[in-house]
Write a protein that binds this ligand. Structure first.
Ligand SMILES: NC(=O)c1ccc[n+]([C@@H]2O[C@H](COP(=O)([O-])OP(=O)(O)OC[C@H]3O[C@@H](n4cnc5c(N)ncnc54)[C@H](OP(=O)(O)O)[C@@H]3O)[C@@H](O)[C@H]2O)c1
Length: 265
């Protein structure tokens, strides 16, 4: 299958109001000349990003304010994105985490994470895949999972579960589709410098976090090359390789110590 060229193509990005989604939107517009449909809950952030992109490039930008933990909102995003029959790609990036002892995670917060990271992602993937299967139009979807899908992460136990679901779900689904010009990519970043990690709990781990510009560039490149899965950065790649050699229990015990200590600081 030929590598993707994003020029003049419409790409949907969820979670575009900050962090990785925001940065991928900038790079897709400025470096790849894509047109964008940007989705998140914070309308003013999306509007600012639209104005930045449209004032400095020829890319067109639509914004949709939506809560992707809500099925009606997701269905509205799918409907708007497909109504002009020209959607080429989607980056399903919106997600939330919880960093701390699992026993202190409130049930409502767990359900919110499950609805956003799992239920919402499955609903979006299903709605968009139905379109690409029915039309047989070329395109692709990139799902932003995490290294936590490969190395289950203590003190982010429920989050790791949601990210592992993404990896297994998409990997299995990719063998069901019939469209020969369509691909899924599961992106597996490790820690990144974004709003998600910009708090006291993560500050002892700051030196490990990848700059978001690099994470965005590597993710877009993996999507462009239609990689089935992709881990960015040398340290993360090494971690993924080691997890296939050293018993996972040993690595995860080390992670438990590091993350547990970070939470005590
Ligand atoms: N940061 C890391 O260390 C790291 C590592 C591996 C993987 N990841 C993954 O990377 C992705 C992006 O995260 P990030 O680090 O860029 O975090 P971020 O800066 O907190 O961005 C998260 C984005 O998701 C959106 N979002 C969250 N809940 C939403 C909802 N219910 N409806 C609509 N949009 C929602 C947020 O927008 P609004 O608040 O405006 O709705 C925001 O735009 C996530 O899937 C995350 O799990 C992050």
């Amino acid at each position: 299958m030929a590598a993707i060229r994003f020029e003049n193509k419409w790409v949907l990005i969820t979670g575009a109001s900050s962090g990785l989604g925001y940065e991928m939107a900038l790079q897709l517009a400025f470096s790849h000349k894509a047109n964008l449909i940007l989705v998140a809950r914070r309308a003013e952030k999306l509007q600012e990003l639209k104005e930045t992109i449209e004032s400095k490039s020829a890319s067109k930008v639509k914004t949709i304010t939506a809560d992707l933990s809500n099925l009606d909102d997701i269905d509205r995003v799918i409907k708007i994105s497909l109504e002009d029959d020209n959607l080429f790609g989607a980056i399903l990036n919106a997600g939330i985490t919880y960093f701390g002892s699992h026993m202190e995670l409130k049930w409502n917060d767990f359900e919110m994470m499950l609805q956003t990271n799992v239920t919402g992602m499955v609903r979006m993937t299903t709605g968009l895949t139905e379109y690409f299967e029915r039309t047989q139009h070329p395109g692709g979807i990139m799902i932003v999972s995490s290294m936590a899908a490969v190395l289950p992460t203590p003190y982010q136990a429920a989050y790791s579960g949601t990210k592992g679901f993404m990896l297994n779900f998409i990997t299995a689904l990719s063998h069901e589709i019939t469209n020969k010009n369509f691909s899924y990519t599961v992106y597996l970043p490790g820690g990144m410098q974004t709003e998600m990690t910009n708090n006291d709990k993560f500050s002892p781990l700051k030196s490990w976090l990848m700059p978001v510009k690099q994470a965005a560039a590597e993710g877009i490149n993996a999507f462009r090359k239609r990689k089935a899965t992709y881990v960015p950065g040398m340290t993360n790649k090494l971690g993924a390789i080691m997890s296939g050699i050293i018993p996972k229990g040993i690595i995860i015990r080390g992670m438990a110590k590091t993350y547990g200590n970070a939470l005590k600081k």
